[in-house]
Write a protein that binds this ligand. Structure first.
Ligand SMILES: C[S@@+](CC[C@H](N)C(=O)[O-])C[C@H]1O[C@@H](n2cnc3c(N)ncnc32)[C@H](O)[C@@H]1O
Length: 233
C-alpha cells in the first residue's frame, strides 16, 4: 500500500469518532478560524451565485460554515465535497444528504476545467503528498480569478516562546488525549509529526505562487500554528 493510501486508511479508521475528538481537542476554536476564512473568501469571490468545492472535506465541517456564511449574505451557493476516505465521506453524507460528494484525491479532481469559483481545503493539504500536483489541479478547475482557501497547521517561521507552548500541547498532550478518545494512538501521533514535516506559511505561499496563483491574504492564528492562505487563480 502506498504512503498516501496509508494516510487515507488512517482517516477511515478514526472517521466515526473524528468530530467528537476534534471538538474536545480544539475546544471548538477552529470554528472561528473557519468562519473568518470563509467570510473573507466570499468577499473576494464577490458574486451572488457561487460554485464551491471543498477538497479533503472529511466529515464536512467546512461545508456547514460555507452554507451558513453564504446564507447570511444571501449568496446562492452550490457546494460539493471531495475526499478519498470512504469512512469520512460516510459521516459527511449523513450530515449533508443534499450535497454531492466525490471519492477522489486532491490531485485528480473529477470536475471540468474552469468551472469552480472557490476551493477550500482545511487541515487537508498537509496530507496530500503530491502537493504541487494538487495545487495545479486547483488551478485547472478554478475559473479565471477563482479563489482557493487553505487552512492548515504550519511550521513556525522563526522560534517564538508562545508558539513553543502551543506546540507543547500539540506534540505532547493532544496525541495522548486523542489516542485515548479515539482508541487509535498512531493516528493522533501522526498530527505533530506531519506538521513538523510540513511547510512554514511563506513556503506554502511560495508553492502557490510557483503554480501561478497570486496571494490575496496570508495570516496566522494561534501564535503561528495555523495558517490561512487565500490565493487567486
Ligand atoms: C484532518 S482531516 C480534515 C477534514 C476537514 N477538511 C476538516 O477541516 O475537518 C484531513 C482529510 O484529508 C483527507 N485526505 C488525505 N489525503 C488526501 C488527498 N491526497 N487528497 C484529498 N484529501 C485527502 C483525509 O481523508 C481527511 O478526510
Amino acid at each position: 500500500m502506498s504512503k498516501q493510501e496509508q494516510i487515507v486508511r488512517m482517516f477511515d479508521s478514526i472517521a466515526k469518532k473524528y468530530d467528537f475528538v476534534n471538538r474536545v481537542l480544539t475546544f471548538g476554536i477552529d470554528k472561528k478560524w473557519r468562519e473568518k476564512a470563509v467570510k473573507k473568501t466570499l468577499e473576494l469571490i464577490d458574486k451572488k451565485d457561487v460554485k464551491i468545492l471543498d477538497v479533503a472535506c472529511g466529515t464536512g465541517d467546512m461545508i456547514e460554515i460555507w452554507k451558513k456564511e453564504a446564507n447570511k449574505k444571501d449568496i446562492n451557493i452550490k457546494i460539493c465535497g471531495l475526499d478519498p476516505s470512504v469512512g469520512m465521506l460516510e459521516v459527511a453524507k449523513k450530515r449533508f444528504p443534499e450535497v454531492k460528494f466525490y471519492k477522489a484525491y486532491a490531485t485528480d479532481i473529477p470536475c471540468e476545467s474552469k468551472t469552480i469559483d472557490g476551493i477550500s481545503i482545511s487541515f487537508g493539504i498537509r496530507n496530500v503528498l503530491e502537493i504541487k500536483k494538487a495545487i495545479c489541479e486547483f488551478k485547472r478547475v478554478l475559473k479565471k480569478d477563482g479563489i482557493v482557501l487553505v487552512l492548515e497547521f504550519t511550521k513556525a517561521e522563526k522560534p517564538n516562546k508562545f508558539r513553543e507552548c502551543v506546540d507543547f500541547y500539540s506534540n505532547k498532550i493532544l496525541p495522548k488525549i486523542g489516542g485515548i478518545l479515539s482508541k487509535n494512538k498512531e493516528a493522533y501521533e501522526y498530527l505533530p509529526n506531519s506538521i513538523e514535516n510540513f511547510y512554514t506559511p511563506n513556503e506554502l505561499a511560495a508553492l502557490f505562487i510557483e503554480c501561478g496563483f497570486n496571494i490575496e491574504k496570508l495570516e496566522t492564528f494561534n501564535f503561528g500554528q495555523v495558517t490561512m492562505l487565500i490565493a487567486r487563480s
